[in-house]
Design a protein around this ligand. Sequence first.
Ligand SMILES: [Zn+2]
Length: 423
Amino acid sequence: MQDIIDRFISYVTIDTESNPDSETTPSTEKQWDLANKLVEELKTIGMQDVTIDDKAYIMATLPSNVEHEVPVIGFISHFDTSPDFCGANVKPQIIKDYDGKDIVLNAEKNIVLSPSYFKDLLQYKGQTLITTDGTTLLGADDKAGITEIVTAMEFLINNPEIKHGKIRIGFTPDEEIGRGAHHFDVEKFGAQWAYTMDGSQVGELEYENFNAAGAKITFKGKSVHPGYAKGKMINSMLIANDFINELPSGETPEETKGYEGFFHVHHFNGSIEETVVELIIRDHNSKKFEKRKEKIQKIASKINKKFSKQFGEDIVIAEIKDQYYNMKEKVLPVKYIVAIAEKAMKELNIKPIIKPIRGGTDGSQLSYKGLPCPNIFAGGHNFHGKYEYVPVESMQKAVEVIVKIAELTALPHFGLEAPKKEK
Ligand SMILES: [Zn+2]
């Protein structure tokens, strides 16, 4: 277990925060620090074809050790950390044999990781936790995933009696700013399917995510001296307000769960002359997703109609851009790739937790680029903030899942009951 701890700490102590305002890839120079280290490490443990391209995408191969034909599978994670919280000077703390009580992360600043608030902690009583010192995030998202993949590859290299096909691994920059898959060369990767190791608690297995779009809505106005404004002034902020009120009630992130979609207004910036409202649209169901986008346009044209005489031109302009789609559509035709992961977990006495993601993963974009890619737990909790922690035992389990998936894939029918017919 010490190997995993040491490896993980060697990654999280390197700052790799990404930056959404940057145009380059990787978005921050410092991501190269860990990327270059990973390349060296992959070579050292004996991986083949270790490559890094000019955008810091890392790929490597573990060759097959069986004679027969086995599909090439992949494991993927990202090495950047979220710009939502400080990722520099991470000082991990190791709590051995966790007693189920409050963990003082930082006595000076009175920052406490408490199971009375974070109830998940209680399931890790007796385990070894890695936490922050209360001033940074930890970076288990997704350096836990990288730790697990490297450790699993090293284990397979050192235990050649475990039979497996060719395995490709991929580490990406800039996942946290939604670009991890953008420059991922699916053809070069050359796997039939892959798994992102980027979920949270032990057992998580996800192959459904939101369909997602972002909308930027611009409202025009006319500024006139308030004393002489009757019938003349058009206050764009008030029109924007009307627009928001026209959105269906009860369909916000804070009022929805499970498969329920939403509209989420996340930005409002206005003056009399111009107001810009930004919102995101999310729905698992692609038909409902299209309906939601239509709804935005319908409200816009209703308001445009109302003001067409007075304003002369469209007073509302709604620009909607699709961001990503539900990977389910790409995974269902090859559902056995989920069944393999499920079977791997069950064989390891891990209860699979299969649920829709209320967000997206790199895997959703990769699935649409031709690499079906469900998401598997990496073990961490409370991502993107100072309360982030990861139980070492969970990372160990993720390593075992990777090894087991590799094993199953080399068996007849992937170790599944009956050959799965593709639809
Ligand atoms: Zn992540």
